[in-house]
Design a protein around this ligand. Structure first.
Ligand code: NAP
Length: 242
C-alpha cells in the first residue's frame, strides 16, 4: 500500500488532496497545526477508502517536521509521496509589513517545506523512490501588491524544488511544484464577493478555482503517468498567468 503525507490537510486544498489520495489508493498521514476536530473529519473521510492517521505538527518547527516523518514511518514503514501543502498569508503593504510577519510567512511556507523535504528525502533515498509535490503559488512567479512575504516564500519554494529535483533525481525521486491561482478556500474567503467577482473577470477561464482543481493536478503528478516529470511547476490558475 502506498503512503502519502499531506501537510496542512484540515481545510481547503490540503483536505481535498488527502481525500482524493485516499481514494487513489494511498494510506494518508493527515498533518494539522491546530485544528484537531477538522483533522478527524478528514480522517473519517479518508478511512472510507484506506487507512489514515492524524499527526499534529507545526511545519515551521524543524523538530515537529521530523516528528511527522517519524509518525508516518512508525505507522506505515514507508513514504511514497510527500505533499507540502501547509501555508499561510499575512498580507500588508511593505511599509506596514512587520519584520515578524515577513519572518513568520517565510518560516512556515519556505522553511517548513525545506524541513519536510530534507527529512522525507532521507527515507526516500533509502527506498530509492519517492515523489514530492510542493504547493507554490502563481504569486511566487509574478509577485503581488501586499504579498512581499508570501511571494518571497513561494518563489523560494519554486527555486528550492528545482534544486531538490536535480539533487534527488539519481535516487529515483521526483520533485515538482503546483502553482495555484485564486482558489476558493478560507485563505481567499477574506476577500469580499465584490473583489472575487472582479478577480474572476481578469481570469481567462472566468472563475476562481476549487480545491478539486488543485487536487486533480496532485493526483496526476503522484501517478505513474508523471514518472518522467521532475523540477517542473504546473500553474493551475485558469490562465491567470500565461
Ligand atoms: P487554508 O484553507 O488557509 O488552509 C491552510 C492549511 O494549512 C490548514 O490545514 C492549516 O492547518 C495548515 N497550516 C497552516 N499553518 C501551518 C503550520 N505552521 N503547520 C502545519 N499546518 C499549517 O489554505 P489553502 O487555501 O487550502 O492553501 C493551501 C496551500 O495552497 C498553501 O500553501 C497556500 O499558500 C497555497 N495556495 C493557495 C491559494 C488559494 O487561492 N487558496 C493560491 C495559491 C497557493 P490548521 O487548520 O490546523 O491551522
Amino acid at each position: 500500500m502506498k503512503v502519502a503525507i499531506v501537510t496542512g490537510a484540515t481545510r481547503g486544498i490540503g483536505r481535498q488532496i488527502a481525500i482524493d489520495l485516499a481514494q487513489e489508493g494511498y494510506n494518508v498521514v493527515i498533518n494539522y497545526n491546530s485544528n484537531e476536530a477538522k483533522a478527524l473529519e478528514v480522517k473519517a473521510l479518508c478511512d472510507e477508502f484506506n487507512e489514515a492517521i492524524i499527526v499534529k505538527g507545526n511545519v515551521s518547527e524543524a523538530n515537529e517536521c521530523q516528528a511527522i516523518i517519524d509518525a508516518a514511518m512508525q505507522k506505515f514503514g514507508r513514504i511514497n509521496l510527500l505533499v507540502n501543502n501547509a501555508g499561510i498569508t499575512l498580507d500588508n503593504l511593505v511599509l506596514r509589513m512587520t519584520e515578524e510577519d515577513f519572518q513568520k510567512v517565510v518560516q512556515t511556507n519556505l522553511n517548513g517545506t525545506f524541513y519536510m523535504c530534507k527529512y522525507a528525502s532521507k527515507i526516500m533515498f533509502k527506498q530509492k523512490s519517492g515523489k514530492i509535490i510542493n504547493m507554490a503559488s502563481v504569486i511566487g512567479e509574478v509577485g503581488n501588491i501586499g504579498q512581499a512575504n508570501y511571494s518571497a516564500s513561494k518563489g523560494g519554494v519554486i527555486a528550492m524544488s528545482k534544486s531538490f529535483a536535480k539533487e534527488f533525481a539519481s535516487r529515483g525521486i521526483t520533485v515538482n511544484c503546483i502553482a495555484p491561482g485564486y482558489i476558493q478556500t478560507d485563505m481567499t474567503n477574506v476577500l469580499s464577493d465584490e473583489i472575487k467577482a472582479e478577480i474572476a473577470k481578469q481570469i481567462p477561464l472566468k472563475r476562481l478555482g476549487e480545491p478539486k482543481d488543485i487536487s486533480n493536478a496532485v493526483c496526476f503528478l503522484a501517478s505513474d503517468k508523471a514518472s518522467y516529470i521532475t523540477g517542473q511547476v504546473i500553474n493551475v490558475c485558469g490562465g491567470m498567468v500565461i
